[in-house]
Design a protein around this ligand. Structure first.
Ligand SMILES: Nc1ncnc2c1ncn2[C@@H]1O[C@H](COP(=O)(O)OP(=O)(O)O)[C@@H](O)[C@H]1O
Ligand SMILES: [Mg+2]
Length: 425
């Protein structure tokens, strides 16, 4: 099954491209992998990989080339031993072109369909920084895919929290859109207006009345008692996975205090305390990574020093680690059995989400990973991501395809009569 892994960050400069390139290189050692540079306007992937590009997204948008005709494989100089034969990338255009910088829905959907048709096991998307449809539409419905942040850029960490919030609200807006079967065949306009009004209050940080979705659920319970809307929101929150990678890791204490703690607290305050968080690992802050980028030969393509390779050891170690240590045990398929009481459900906070638990996981990971070298950081994250994909259903991580808004709507409301495009939210 094809798996798409989107890499995003609230802001630029956190090492998203560096991570995306080395992560894709690392995945390609497992199965064919394609990296797409969707960080519009920066052309950063091609500038970091010293390989001639003959066709890129310009050719896709302006010259009628198929996306698979715009693939670039590594120049033999960069990969003399052919270790990365399964790696290819689609470069961004050499200069700004409007279809990409201001990608409209139509171009975006054309590109999304082409991505869905690519022949590779893993597809890694290096998304642009920030938060608009050119980021959100490439992210899955039920998880954050990989967020990258760093202790060196606190504003980017909070912006990553905003991405999570936007994804959750996108899903809830779809679920509670006009015409949703939730409101019955007659359409309960009063409830629809009330729910969307409350969602507006939560989403608007300037509106003090409702701070987050947990408060929203309690309000909704007080207004209507146990009700299907409440259960739907609870289900969305319980099944939503947040995955992140720390770049430029500087040790447990610093990374925890300046990055994980504020991230978790932001989510708890403005979104919900119920989200499942998974730290996929970290990449240390190392001048060699930066130098490798400047030489246009990413760190994983630097000549391998024999003692440095221990991917097999990492694989063994991950296999032997209890999944509880990896913080995976509670990332599960939502239980089918209804909770004992809706109030229990409302007030129950998953222990994997607490700040303290995140520190504990970080310490466990450091215990096993602390002495690793730079390139092993990427191998560790890759194997952890593969582990997640193996053990959880596809909508938990690594989305099998990208969906247009219309398809999302259909997917969330399977029993509804076909709708007109115009009536979409
Ligand atoms: N782990 C790291 N250690 C040292 N330098 C890094 C690391 N990750 C990224 N960099 C450097 O930080 C800068 C920003 O990285 P880049 O990958 O372009 O970020 P983004 O794509 O988020 O804008 C680059 O100069 C890069 O070489
Ligand atoms: Mg970048």
């Amino acid at each position: 099954m094809r798996r798409i892994i989107s890499i995003s960050s609230g802001k630029g400069g956190v090492g998203k491209t560096t991570f995306a390139i080395n992560f894709a290189l690392s995945l390609s050692q497992v199965a064919p992998t394609i990296l797409l540079d969707l960080d519009t306007g920066t052309s950063s992937v091609r500038n970091t990989i010293d390989t001639p590009v003959t066709q890129d997204l310009y050719h896709f948008f302006r010259r009628g080339a198929r996306l698979d005709e715009c693939l670039t494989t590594l120049d033999a100089r960069l990969d003399p031993a052919g270790n990365f034969k399964n790696f290819a990338f689609v470069a961004g255009p050499r200069h700004v072109i409007d279809e990409i910088t201001n990608m409209r829905e139509e171009s975006r959907w054309r590109l999304m369909q082409a991505i869905n048709g690519l022949d590779a096991r893993y597809i890694v998307l290096d998304l642009k920084a920030g938060l608009d449809a050119n980021v959100i539409d490439y992210l899955p419905l039920s998880n954050s895919s990989i967020l990258v942040f760093t202790p060196h850029h606190p504003a980017a960490t909070l912006a990553a929290g905003d991405i999570v919030k936007s994804l959750l609200f996108r899903k809830l807006r779809f679920i509670f859109a006009e015409g949703s079967p939730f409101f019955g065949s007659e359409g309960n306009e009063q409830h629809q207006a009330m729910i969307n009004g409350l969602l507006n209050q939560v989403e608007d940080v300037y509106d003090e009345r409702l701070k987050n979705l947990d408060d929203f659920m309690i309000d909704l319970y007080e207004a209507l008692g146990d009700n299907p809307y409440l259960r739907a929101i609870s289900e969305v929150l319980n099944s939503f996975g947040v995955y992140f990678v720390l770049n430029m890791f500087d040790g447990i204490e610093e990374s925890y205090q300046t990055t994980i703690r504020p991230f978790v607290e932001y989510l708890r305050t403005y979104v919900s305390a119920k989200l499942h968080l998974t730290n996929l690992g970290w990449v240390v802050n190392d001048a060699r990574i930066h130098e490798a980028n400047c030489q246009r030969r990413p760190i994983l393509l630097q000549t391998l020093n024999r003692q440095e390779s221990s991917v097999d050891a990492i694989r063994r170690e991950i296999a032997s680690l209890e999944s509880s240590i990896l913080g995976l045990e509670n990332m599960r398929v939502p239980e089918s059995a209804a909770p004992a009481s809706i109030l229990d459900e409302l007030t129950r906070i998953d222990p994997t989400c607490t700040v303290e638990r995140q520190l504990e996981i970080l310490q466990h990971m450091y215990h096993s990973q602390g002495q690793q070298r730079v390139r092993e950081n990427f191998a560790y994250i890759t194997h952890r991501a593969l582990h997640v994909m193996q053990h959880l259903p596809p909508d938990s991580f690594g989305h099998p395809r990208l969906f247009s808004p219309l398809e999302i709507f259909d997917q969330l409301m399977p029993k509804r009569a076909p709708i007109e495009e115009a009536s979409l939210p």
